[in-house]
Ligand binder design. Structure first.
Ligand code: SF4
Length: 124
């Protein structure tokens, strides 16, 4: 499958895990606070904060992230905050080099689902 950069999957698709433990640890090790700020977590006292505030040992306990959240409001964000529109029908991922395993494997793992989804959004 050749990606035509339509942005469909990043604009509309959800219902999966945006990121997993290995992604969170990589972003921590890479100093990617710009990404981790979109991961809402519960702090030791139960209050909501972002993954920026957690040490690596706490990030290891998070199995997956099921939604990006606005760091200011704490509300879920869709489409993905890392998607960039570069022309009328063309989109790019602004964190392509370190995007999550889910994004890397997306079509390969969910090909039939993706085709059904694409037909739904692109049908007249
Ligand atoms: S991280 Fe990149 S590839 Fe993944 S949903 Fe966001 S824009 Fe798309």
């Amino acid at each position: 499958m050749t990606c035509d950069q339509c942005g469909l999957c990043c604009l509309h698709y959800h219902g999966t895990y945006w990121a997993r433990t290995s992604d969170l640890l990589r972003w921590h090790d890479e100093g990617r606070k710009d990404i981790l700020q979109y991961v809402a977590v519960s702090g030791p006292d139960g209050s909501r904060t972002t993954a920026i505030m957690l040490p690596r040992t706490e990030l290891e306990k998070i199995e997956h992230v099921s939604a990006w959240t606005d760091p200011e409001s704490g509300r879920e964000i869709l489409p993905c905050p890392f998607l960039r529109k570069v022309s009328t029908n063309r989109y790019l991922c602004s964190i392509h080099a370190t995007k999550s395993q889910t994004c890397r494997r997306f079509v390969h793992e969910d090909w039939e689902m993706f085709i059904a989804y694409r037909e739904r959004f692109f049908s007249p």
